[in-house]
Design a protein around this ligand. Structure first.
Ligand SMILES: [Zn+2]
Ligand SMILES: [Zn+2]
Length: 384
């Protein structure tokens, strides 16, 4: 493709510089940027092998110009084992912060502790518990099979996916998912990793046949999608029933004197082949009109502390958690059905979990009772 051969004219074009300060960079070629790094760095800088401690100490001593005995001494003095704020024979209690701490970190911790004590919650908030978990889970993780090790000098791009504009509820919560991808991965791999409830929607009224409703997931019916990056539409054309969603837009643009847009296949393009701007809003569109703003926030070479199991990429590092909407009857389970014109329901429309919905609207033989319309409901918190 055009982008892959563009590492030609002026390589300096591929060193990202700001187009708008602190906002986004100018366009550059991902693969060329990767090669530039590798030309500049010594291979051991981006090597994923562990350097033996002795070699590391030796190099450090040489760099600092100090004898190796001093290194040994420093190691003992600076070791975390020598840090102590309690008697040696007593186990430390990590949660006790002294009443008037001098350290800023301790003061912040104390403030947080005091604040937490003022909160009254009658539920366990898993959100707090796992907020930072995702990212740290995969840190420095190595694969069981050495063949799955991320290649040395592999480029990692961070994508931030935003909520689609059609969700009124999330108008003010934009970032939604953060994913890391490898330069060698296909765009379709990122597409498959983006979870959006629009893909799970079931369209239709199923009050007479509630059992067949789950077979109608939108993702299986409408498989088309595209990314729009730097004037090129990357269409997902993996399946025979995929359509070029971008076609209408291109036709529309042609009739209005816009420059001609190009199209490429999503499944044939790797991230390394792309020309992109960091920090610039791009588009991911699926299900016809579910449009997500997508921003590349970071690009760098893989480091020892990254997740090194390539099978885990695209790697989810952040996920916005949503308060789920509970069933109107039991207030316990997540809603699966929404009914209208329903004489049994307290409100119109009304949400039900699967069990309450069936118990209230059908007899023991599965016959529909009364008049109502029922639509399958997928909660935005389904991916929590
Ligand atoms: Zn969507
Ligand atoms: Zn219920």
């Amino acid at each position: 493709m055009a982008a892959s051969s563009s590492r030609v004219d002026d390589t300096n074009n591929n060193i990202p510089t700001y187009e708008y300060i602190d906002i986004n960079t100018k366009t550059f070629h991902v693969g060329a940027f990767e090669s530039l790094w590798k030309e500049q760095l010594k291979p051991n800088y981006y090597s994923l092998q562990d350097t033996p401690q002795a070699t590391e100490d030796e190099e450090f001593a040489k760099e600092m110009g100090i004898p190796s005995e001093t290194i040994e001494e420093l190691k003992v003095i600076c070791s975390p084992d020598s840090l102590r704020c309690h008697p040696e024979n007593e186990p430390p209690d990590m949660n006790v912060v002294p009443a008037d701490p001098g350290l800023l970190t301790l003061r912040l911790r104390k403030r947080r502790q005091d604040y937490k004590e003022t909160l009254h919650r009658d539920f366990t908030c898993r959100q707090d518990l796992y907020a930072t978990e995702l990212e740290s889970l995969a840190m420095g993780r190595r694969p069981l099979d050495p063949a799955d090790l991320v290649p040395e000098g592999e480029i990692i791009l961070t994508f931030r996916i935003h909520y689609p504009l059609i969700f009124e509820r999330f108008k003010y919560v934009r970032p939604y998912q953060t994913l890391q991808v490898l330069g060698s991965q296909k765009l379709t791999e990122l597409r498959d990793a983006i979870c959006c409830v629009s893909d799970l929607q079931v369209s239709g009224e199923f009050s007479n046949t509630p059992d067949i409703a789950p077979d109608f997931i939108s993702k299986d019916h409408y498989k088309s999608a595209f990314f729009y990056l730097e004037g090129i539409f990357y269409n997902d054309m993996r399946y025979p029933d995929c359509r070029e969603l971008s076609e209408t837009i291109i036709e529309w643009a042609k009739s209005r004197d816009f420059p001609t847009f190009q199209t490429e296949k999503m499944e044939e393009t790797t991230f390394r082949e792309l020309k992109i701007k960091i920090g610039y809003p791009y588009l991911y569109c699926h299900q016809g009109d579910c449009e997500h703003v997508v921003i590349i926030t970071d690009i760098r070479l893989a480091h020892q502390d990254d997740c090194l199991d390539r099978k885990l990429y695209p790697l989810l590092t952040y996920k916005h958690r949503v308060v789920t909407r509970k069933c109107a009857v039991c207030h316990l389970y997540i809603s699966r059905w929404i009914t209208t014109n329903d004489s049994f329901a307290p409100t119109d429309p009304c949400l039900f979990c699967d069990q309450c919905f069936r118990m209230l609207h059908y007899d023991s033989f599965g016959n529909k009772q009364g008049d109502f319309l029922a639509y399958p409901f997928v909660d935005a918190g389904a991916f929590n």
